[in-house]
Design a protein around this ligand. Structure first.
Ligand code: SAM
Ligand code: SF4
Length: 334
């Protein structure tokens, strides 16, 4: 019996069709804004959702209007046979798009398999082209692997690849223009993301946020005025621009200085099956427990709706009542 489609609309009228799936909390590098440098406590394997469990949950979400998925983590490419999960998810009829966010360290050897499995889009994280700066951020020397991963992804035919760069004051200003040139030369869409308070070292402060506005000024000094690009999807978090002569595409994501919560259409599932209605959510809904108790799809969707209905209007970063979630970024899924 097929379920009626009652979309996941929250109390502020936001319709949720976008699910970010963390497939692991593990990672092969250690970005300081996301993970501790050492002694990281990873989830034991039996706590992580199996591919079958993920597929079953996505089928339920698909019945209530979720049609966009993004695989993330931790680093999704450290999960074995991740291309098989892509293939399974792409086989769910309602799913329009399966994308992935990756650090690209392992991408060169997996790009072809991912393309074959049907992965639609790739976001690749690269905060710096200067080797020392990248090492300072990731605590590993991985620049060559990342560049090889980008090249391999383009070679196997991935289009509209996005480069994501976290913008950190005092650390990445000098990277803005080299990254912009690199992206333009290689036909990549570059997005700068303001540094958010999800680091495990708890060293984030408002003063360390290199704002989207400052980045825009840096870019415009070099390339001339940016022209706002047409917004095809109002739930996209980025303010998109084109360079003056119509070339390239640049996105600025300002979660801290100009939050986009009022159009948020995202839900997040952690690697161990906890559903979150916001990156900064202080509450979670345990879908794995239901799954492993043999719950029906209706029971699973009832919990999903409870999560959606509890969604707050927005986060309070930088405000007096802001409370950090206990989890850091790699334990949530960025
Ligand atoms: N490992 C993959 C990667 O780095 O692309 C996927 C997971 S990572 C958590 C997803 C995205 O979140 C990356 O682009 C990363 O740079 C970003 N990110 C992590 N911690 C962040 C923070 N504190 N503030 C802003 N962005 C952050
Ligand atoms: Fe790993 Fe991505 Fe976190 Fe960096 S941002 S430590 S690559 S999960």
């Amino acid at each position: 019996m097929s379920l009626p489609i009652l979309p996941l609309i929250d109390t502020f009228g936001r319709r949720h069709n976008n699910l970010r799936l963390s497939v692991t909390d593990r990672c092969n590098i250690r970005c300081f804004y996301c993970m501790p440098a050492e002694q990281v406590k990873f989830l034991p394997r039996h706590e992580i959702l199996t591919f079958e469990e993920i597929e079953r949950l996505v089928q339920a979400f698909a019945h209530v209007g979720v049609d966009k998925l993004r695989l993330t983590g931790g680093e999704p490419l450290v999960r074995s046979d991740i291309d098989q999960l892509v293939h399974r998810l792409k086989s769910i009829p309602q799913i329009r798009e399966v994308a992935m966010t990756t650090n690209a360290v392992n991408l060169a050897k997996q790009a072809e398999r991912l393309k074959h499995a049907g992965l639609d889009r790739l976001n690749i994280s690269l905060d710096a082209l200067d080797r020392d700066t990248l090492v300072a951020i990731t605590r590993r020397d991985v620049l060559d692997q990342v560049l090889a991963g980008i090249a391999a992804a383009q070679d196997v035919g991935f289009k509209r690849i996005r480069l994501n760069a976290v913008a950190i004051k005092g650390l990445t200003e000098a990277e803005v223009l080299p990254l912009a040139r690199f992206a333009l030369e290689r036909d990549l869409e570059l997005r700068f993301i303001e540094y958010m308070p999800l680091d495990s070292d708890q060293t984030w402060s408002n003063e360390k946020v290199l704002s989207g506005e400052t980045i825009r000024e840096l870019i415009e000094q070099e390339f001339g005025p940016l022209v706002p690009a047409q917004r095809t999807d109002p739930s996209q978090p980025a303010f998109d621009y084109r360079y003056a002569e119509g070339r390239g595409r640049l996105g600025l994501i300002h979660p801290v200085t100009a939050p986009f919560c009022d159009t948020c259409n995202r839900l997040r599932l952690t690697a161990e099956g906890k559903l979150r209605n916001c990156l900064f959510s202080l509450e979670e809904w345990d879908l794995r427990a239901l799954l492993r108790q043999g719950a029906s799809e209706q029971e699973i969707l009832a919990l999903v709706r409870a999560c959606v209905l509890a969604k707050q209007p927005g986060h309070l970063i930088g405000q007096k009542h802001f409370e950090r979630p206990v989890r850091t970024m790699h334990q949530i899924g960025g």
